[in-house]
Design a protein around this ligand. Sequence first.
Ligand code: MN
Length: 250
Amino acid sequence: MRILITNDDGVYSPGIAALAQVAAHFGEVRVVAPDVEMSSAAQSITASRPLTVKRTPLDAIEAYRVNGTPGDCVMIGTTLWDGVNLVLSGINLGSNLGNALWHSGTLAGAKQAALLGLRGIAFSVPAPDNAQPRFEELKPWAKTVLEKLLEAPDLPLVNVNFPAKPPHGIAWTSQSMRYYDGKVVPGKDPMGRTHYWYTVIPVDATEQGTDRWAIEQGYVSLTPLRLDLTDHPKLDTVRKVEAWKKLKFA
Ligand code: MN
């Protein structure tokens, strides 16, 4: 099996090295990742300038850095390396829960794989106050999760979040959509000019069964995702209404 690894924290992040080491138990591994941090780059692709690929081996792992987004890295990685079966993204320094999935560059790496008809799995862990997560403790859990997911080939896209403390189990979850945790905070620069920071506010209340709930409870959260954004129940409703109108006014 050929496994392509990417992230949005950049090729030199300790999280991507940990993920590549775990993935090496399952197949042939290659890293193609952004040369700088691209967190919150979401599904953006670089269409207005050319991209470069530079070899950057990470110890024994074949790795390349690209001056682009996670999405670009997956496109380039799968173009330059034939027969990729699986794309892993992360392990991100910071959770990707709830509404953050709309902004996440980590998830976007996995999503780009799913868009190509491949499997994509995104991994994230909390990194409070920029503290380094204990990747050595997480590696056996990442391996267990991969074993579990590789046994379920009908899941094209899965978002995995580790809890802050060592986990005590794995939970299948839904995306927590009730609260939006983004906020714009004004501040002043050294010249006294107003500027704005887009930041994240802590969400206290969580709903049982969601990704946010699971990691609070100390579980590894596994959320199966889909690419189709269509609201199918709403589509059925509007189609029924249209059909009814045609009947009534025929
Ligand atoms: Mn990131």
